[in-house]
Write a protein that binds this ligand. Structure first.
Ligand SMILES: Cc1cc2nc3c(=O)[nH]c(=O)nc-3n(C[C@H](O)[C@H](O)[C@H](O)COP(=O)(O)OP(=O)(O)OC[C@H]3O[C@@H](n4cnc5c(N)ncnc54)[C@H](O)[C@@H]3O)c2cc1C
Length: 292
């Protein structure tokens, strides 16, 4: 029996784990993929105080080292179901665990375009992670789809590796951080295609060769999609947790509508989805739980 189980070892879950452990709680963290979460996919971290120049994987490693230094218990197991009674039961693919409190910090997953065969080409021409897959397209032409900060910063990263980045944006101008927009516009091998949309994948013998846009065909070997994300809440299907568009609703203590169940980071409905907010929410929730 644990005091607190934390689902997700992104920056929010790990920050909560640190504060909970230091407050003397018996805590268990569960992670389905890599400790550090989304950070592992970010080539260059922006806006995190004290780290003017750090890669995502390095920051993820720093966080993981802290988990190990503090001997915070964790297991690399995917949560598949939860039962939220007075005692919380968390089922994973292999086991079931119980705790007095539960913190959901399961983050978000990248959204794909609703195109025929898109899932089939994921990892084979289609990617949502420039850091993971960019090197496969050295000196080739790729497309980035999106118009937010992620699409802009990932285009800049890819421009250093590939021959040409075609940045396809459905609006007539970008709405991201001004500095990023300027850098993108000043990078000679980033070609911006405004006011356009992808209507289909072009494939040849099971290989992605390009994209059909509204008014042209664009031949590229790789396509990187940054059009937003959806919260990871599938494993909450058996609960009556309050959500809006899949995002968990919490109060200013980060508690959900079910007593003893908290949620923080990208999985909650809020205004700012950044590392600093995810970390601070995790820490605050753990302090609130430890003071109960
Ligand atoms: C491309 C990109 C670039 C970004 N760049 C920046 C930046 O430069 N600066 C900045 O401040 N922010 C940036 N952000 C935003 C920032 O990365 C997020 O706000 C932050 O990482 C969210 O942390 P989190 O802990 O809430 O979620 P995550 O980091 O997503 O962690 C959630 C964890 O939960 C795990 N999980 C999910 N479901 C389950 C399950 N069923 N069982 C067990 N584990 C599960 C996941 O595997 C994951 O490890 C960027 C985001 C993206 C997508």
């Amino acid at each position: 029996m644990y005091d607190l189980i934390i689902i997700g070892m992104g920056i929010s879950g790990i920050s909560a784990g640190i504060y909970a452990k230091k407050a003397g709680l018996k805590v268990l963290m569960l992670e389905s993929s890599s400790p550090g979460g989304t950070i592992n996919q970010i080539p260059h971290i922006e806006n995190y105080p004290g780290f003017p120049s750090i890669t995502g994987p390095d920051l993820a490693m720093n966080l993981f080292n802290t988990v190990n230094d503090l001997q915070i218990e964790y297991k690399l197991e995917k949560v598949t179901d939860v039962i939220l009674e007075e005692i919380k039961t968390v089922k994973t693919t292999n086991n079931a665990y119980q705790s007095k409190y539960l913190l959901i910090a399961s983050g978000r997953k990248p959204r794909l375009l609703p195109l025929k065969n898109i899932e089939k080409f994921l990892g084979k021409g289609i990617s949502t992670c420039a850091l993971c897959d960019g090197a496969f397209y050295k000196n080739q032409d790729v497309a980035v789809i999106g118009g937010g900060d992620s699409a802009l910063s990932e285009s800049l990263y890819l421009a250093k590796i590939v021959k040409t980045v075609y940045l396809i944006h459905r609006r007539k101008e970008f709405r991201g951080i001004e500095e990023l927009i300027k850098k993108v516009k000043n990078t000679s091998n980033i070609k911006i295609i405004y006011d356009n949309e992808v209507t289909a994948l072009i494939t040849k013998k099971d290989k992605l060769t390009g994209l059909k846009l509204k008014d042209q065909d664009l031949m590229v070997s790789g396509v990187f999609i940054y059009i937003g994300s959806d919260p990871n809440t599938d494993f909450l299907h058996n609960t009556s947790l309050k959500m809006e568009n899949g995002y968990l609703i919490v109060n200013n203590q980060y508690e959900t509508n079910i007593p003893g169940v908290y949620a923080t980071g990208d999985v909650i409905k809020k205004d700012i989805y950044q590392l600093i907010t995810a970390a601070s929410e995790g820490a605050t929730a753990a302090i609130n739980i430890s003071e109960n």
